[in-house]
Write a protein of this length. Structure first.
Lengths: 426, 141
């Protein structure tokens, strides 16, 4: 079975639209065969993840496409990039690394991508609309676009993203097609005390649990509060897309394809039903930490995915409640964000407060890609399920997971401390 | 005794090597160091193992979109597994191998097998993969 191409697809594949479009279409057609797709379809927006990791092969791929004259044919945003574009020197990023990183960013910019440089593109420029067919890469952005916005993308990996952006085409397959978006696994939240909903740690913990049990299946959560915020759903999705291969979840009464349970399952029965108890969340929460309370702390990392302005407000409030205390001298307090959220922060009166506390704001990038965490840091603490999942492997550190308030308190004390009040089993 | 199973080639090719078997899904980004071939997901059942030159047998890919980039870079660096055998298709892994073919004319063959056949492959077995998906498994003595 091979894929049926449109006249324009065939012209691109033959090189009539240039050598970059030819290479991009050739990769897409080979992926169509992998998917078992029988036709191609249009997408109207793309988000590039291939710009984030700096590797020799990735740079070569981007520069090859750019040198072949590649240009995006649809609005295309960039994920976080390998460094803070304006401040890398003062952050101690080595020159040779920076030179390659800047070449990689230039290659994508030359192809017409918008240099948004954020892993939370859904909270900024060019947010997709409900039902829009898009080609997004970056696991947390994929799950948010599908689940919370109701846009339609597959779990695209690095480098097919730019192929879709250049051609405006993808294989018609998977989550682009409505019947494939129906729920499979019903997760019923039982005996969860609503008090825990106010703890921002609840969402990444639930996400971590969901990813582990769902693997690549589409879960439907029943019992999530209707007031769940964009930032909370962002944290849930990012954790789920780290512990699992999750590209879409529904939450009844919360996400747009799940106004009712029936709608979430498109009228069918769940393949599997699972009750989620408070004890499951306790286990999931414990899995996110590799050190005990009391361990000496090297760095706090917030903003994985990138901090929104609302999260800066939340952080400022917590710092204010600590009444003039500041970060312990041995601790680095990093907040990762986008230029866009930072520009809102600059317009507010919160920035001085954060700076006085000892917050180091890093834009455009990620601690897993840009070498900004000090080399002697042995333990990081975070409120992000995604950071907690990947930090031991990517940074070679131990990790502690807690709420944002726990992170602030730990940074002041210089060791991991956690407010356990809402996490004590009743 | 040798066993033969038939898988579905996702990325067709010939390969042979010693099986490195995991029962857990893995995100290659955050899970594999492309420069050393070491599994670096510290929560994974094969953390610390080296995939280079092995037939890497694990249920499925998961997690990061950058998994394709890590597979590509490991191929360029000469640290990739000889082949990958999964139970479930992960298109992001296939993508890494396809890009490597486009750039360097080198691939890592990827085969998908049933759960039943997956369970027949044990750590240390000598595995030979043929382009149409035949997998010969010689048990480790």
């Amino acid at each position: 079975m091979s894929v049926v191409l449109s006249e324009k697809d065939r012209r691109m594949l033959n090189g009539e639209h240039g050598q970059a479009a030819k290479l991009a279409m050739s990769i897409l057609v080979r992926m169509a065969e992998v998917y078992g797709a029988t036709e191609m379809m249009d997408v109207t927006q793309a988000h590039i993840d291939g710009c984030g990791l700096l590797s020799d092969a990735g740079l070569e791929f981007a520069e090859t496409l750019a040198a072949l004259g590649g240009k995006v044919s649809i609005p295309t945003t960039l994920n976080m990039v390998p460094l803070d574009v304006q401040h890398w020197r003062e952050q101690g990023v080595p020159e040779d690394y920076a030179a390659k990183a800047l070449r990689q960013i230039k290659a994508y910019a030359d192809m017409g991508c918008v240099p948004t440089c954020t892993c939370a593109p859904y909270q900024g420029y060019l947010t997709p609309r409900f039902g829009q067919q898009i080609a997004w890469a970056e696991s947390n952005a994929i799950v948010y676009a599908n689940s919370v916005l109701g846009a339609r993308t597959n779990r695209y990996g690095d480098y097919i993203d730019i192929c879709a952006a250049i051609t405006g085409r993808v294989p018609k397959y998977g989550l682009h097609v409505k019947p494939n978006r129906k729920g499979q696994l019903l997760l019923r939240l039982v005996d969860i005390d609503p008090a825990i909903w106010r703890d921002d740690a609840f969402y990444p913990v639930l996400g971590h649990f969901l990813g582990r049990v769902a693997e690549d299946k589409i879960s439907v959560i029943e019992g999530l509060p209707a007031e769940a915020s964009s930032d909370q759903l962002k944290a849930l999705g990012a954790a789920a897309a780290s512990s699992g291969a999750v590209a879409l979840f529904h939450a009844v009464g919360v996400t747009p394809e799940a106004n009712t349970l029936e709608e979430a399952f498109q009228g069918d029965m769940p393949e599997q039903v699972m009750e989620v108890h408070f004890s499951d969340l306790l286990t999931a929460r414990a899995e996110l930490s590799t050190v005990e309370t009391g361990a000496p702390l090297g760095a706090v990392v917030l903003g994985c995915p990138h901090f929104s302005f609302a999260e800066f407000q939340q952080l400022a409030q917590i710092i204010q409640d600590e009444q003039g205390q500041s970060v312990h001298p041995g601790v680095q307090f990093i907040v990762l964000t986008s230029q866009q959220a930072f520009s809102l922060l600059q317009r507010s009166d919160l920035q001085d407060l954060l700076t006085a506390f000892g917050v180091q704001i890093i834009m455009d990038t990620c601690v897993f890609h840009s070498p900004v965490v000090h080399a002697d840091v042995k333990v990081t603490m975070t409120n992000s399920g995604k950071h907690a999942y990947y930090a031991p492997g990517e940074l070679g550190v131990e990790v502690a997971f807690g709420s944002m308030a726990d992170c602030v308190r730990s940074a002041i004390k210089g060791c991991v401390c956690r407010g356990e009040a809402s996490w004590i089993e009743s | 005794m040798d066993r033969i199973v038939i898988g579905k080639p996702v990325i067709a090719g010939s390969a042979e090597g010693v099986a490195l078997v995991s029962k857990q899904a893995l995100s290659l980004w955050g899970g594999l160091n492309a420069q050393t071939g070491e599994i670096i997901d510290r929560r994974h059942d094969r953390s610390g193992a080296i995939v280079t030159g092995k037939v890497f047998v694990f249920p499925q890919g998961k997690g990061s979109s950058t998994a394709s980039a890590i597979l590509l870079e490991s191929i360029k660096a000469g640290k990739a597994p000889a082949a990958i055998i999964n139970c479930k298709l992960d298109p992001i892994l296939a993508l890494g191998s396809i890009i490597a073919d486009e750039l360097y004319h080198r691939t890592v063959p990827i085969i998908v097998v049933s759960q039943q056949d997956f369970d027949l492959i044990n750590e240390g077995d000598h595995v030979v993969i043929e382009p149409h998906g035949t997998i010969s498994i010689k048990a480790h003595m």
